[in-house]
Design a protein around this ligand. Structure first.
Ligand code: NAD
Length: 486
């Protein structure tokens, strides 16, 4: 039984620094999007608190020798951490569900278990990925050493709080670093509890530090801190740009940026209508469309457009909202009233600019911030619903005749996160995979699998660098070229 009452949960509160909770003045309200109720008021880390966390991370690296341990010892510690996360799955799932858009059953069987799985995946890189010997002349000996950075400053979004914390923490720790992590101000609880569990698992205290706060104060203090050796960020393109600017202003340091998207799902008329409708629905509606790779632009060849639009509108209309703490998962809430108002504003703008609302287009008549699955047809390439990342359960529906037209519609002027292609023609799929400007292309499916070896990351304004895969481990190490004259 996973269902719970929010008032019965014990919520962790305070920053987690050097293995212990550090309290501060309560400044920021955390709300439940399922009802709007205030769950807790948490402190906001200012530059001084961030400085304490960075100092704790440095001290822990030094006293534990984490970066220089036999790599298998790091692997073993990370596996113990994954064991504890699995053992505490119910608690973690409830802490995740209470303040986010994740239904508790999905959090328990999906987000929490996948996070443990990913920790194990990265743990196994620790003793397998190293440097390289390079061919130099007989008179010298050259090699490329691979070393951890030191302290990684990680900043995560609210939409999958525990997974995003795991994406940042697991490769950084496996690669021998310490971390100062800032979860989103809207979803702080699971990151705190994971940090607690890391210490119980025997990962030296101070290697995982969590500071609470917003972007303007706490985030800026992290990205500009001279003791942070690398920044790893996931969030909006707008915040990514602000981070680049702050890093340029305060001293250059490397960064990985996983940013926004406006991804197309392109369907050719040889695709199976029923199967494709199911894939498209799964490409936009999970988490109420609040995921970076959401396929928010559906682009369909004219021959099956009417049939597919009708099938989708029918599927979209079947969803029913439910509070995230109910046993049976319902349609997810929008994270905040402010975000719901933004979504509704774009939908109204879309209609005012000639768009036809094929279904949805309004909030659910239900307590909390719930918005109806919405499909908008008749849109031009300039329509705001086509150009802007909405981050809600809203997809546009456009039609094309030729491959060239499909590719022109699929291209976005700034974003390049993902794209989906639906066709039974293998040659066409391979040809178009090359033409799509995106960091990931899915063919006859849409969405990430549990193949953590596939890196994820955007092209163009969708990001810089990769999470997951070998690349994420490598992104947490830096290389040193050594040349010795014999
Ligand atoms: P956001 O950019 O508003 O916030 C993300 C995090 O950055 C939060 O912790 C926030 O406090 C912090 N932040 C904000 N401004 C900052 C600044 N100037 N300096 C430092 N930190 C700052 O994004 P969000 O609303 O939490 O998440 C949604 C966005 O995240 C969407 O654009 C989505 O596409 C993107 N996202 C991308 C991926 C990916 O893998 N590419 C994954 C998940 C979410």
């Amino acid at each position: 039984m996973l269902a719970f009452r929010p008032e019965d949960l014990t919520l962790p509160n305070g920053h987690f620094i050097g293995g212990a909770y550090v309290q501060g003045a309560p400044e920021m309200e955390v709300r439940a999007p399922s009802t709007g109720q205030v769950l807790a008021t948490v402190p906001r880390a200012d530059a001084e608190v961030v400085d304490r966390a960075v100092a704790a991370a440095r001290a822990a690296l030094k006293s534990s020798g984490w970066g220089g341990l036999r790599p298998r010892e790091r692997t073993a510690a990370l596996h113990r951490w994954a064991d504890l996360i699995e053992a505490e799955a119910t608690t973690l799932a409830r802490l995740e569900a209470v303040c986010s858009s994740r239904p508790v059953s999905h959090a328990a069987t999906g987000d929490v278990t996948i996070t443990a799985e990913q920790i194990r995946f990265f743990a196994e890189f620790a003793d397998k990925e190293g440097g390289d010997l390079v061919p130099t002349g007989d008179g010298s000996f050259g090699f490329i050493a691979s070393e951890p950075y030191g302290v990684i400053g990680a900043i995560a979004p609210w939409n999958f709080p525990i997974s995003m914390a795991g994406w940042k923490l697991a490769p950084a720790l496996a690669a021998g670093n310490a971390v100062v992590l800032k979860p989103s101000e809207m979803t702080p609880f699971t990151a705190l509890y994971m940090a607690e569990l890391s210490v119980r698992a025997g990962i030296p205290a101070g290697l995982v530090n969590v500071v609470l706060g917003d972007g303007a104060v706490t985030g800026t203090a992290i990205t500009g801190h001279p003791g942070i050796d690398k920044v790893s960020f996931t969030g909006s393109t707008r915040a990514g740009a602000a981070i680049m600017e702050n890093i340029a202003r305060t001293g250059i340091k490397p960064m990985t940026l996983e940013l926004g998207g406006k991804s197309p799902m392109v369907v050719f008329d040889d695709a199976d209508v029923e199967l494709t409708a199911q894939c498209l629905e799964n490409g936009i509606l999970p988490n109420a469309g609040q995921f970076c790779v959401a396929g928010s632009r559906i682009i369909v060849q004219r021959g099956i457009a009417d049939a597919l639009a009708a099938r989708l509108a029918d599927r979209f209309a079947r969803h029913r909202p439910a509070a995230t703490w109910e046993d049976e998962a319902g349609f997810s809430p929008i994270i905040s009233e402010g975000q719901l108002a933004r979504i509704d504003g774009i939908v109204r703008d879309a209609a005012a600019n000639g768009g036809e609302i094929l279904c949805g287009g309004a909030r659910f008549d239900h307590e909390g911030s719930f918005y109806r699955p919405t499909l908008i047809g008749g849109v031009t390439a300039q329509n705001p619903a086509v150009t802007e990342e909405i981050f809600g359960p809203v997809a546009t529906f456009q039609t094309f005749d030729s491959e060239d037209e499909a590719m022109a519609l699929a291209a976005h002027p700034t974003y390049g996160l993902c794209a989906g292609l639906f066709t039974r023609d293998l040659s066409r799929a391979l040809r178009l995979t090359r033409r799509l400007e995106a960091g990931t292309v899915w063919v006859n499916r849409y969405g990430r699998s549990r193949d953590h070896i596939l890196p994820t990351g955007g092209w163009k304004a969708s990001g810089l660098g990769k999470d997951l895969g070998r690349e994420a481990f490598a992104a947490n190490r830096r290389t040193k070229s050594v040349l010795i004259d014999l």
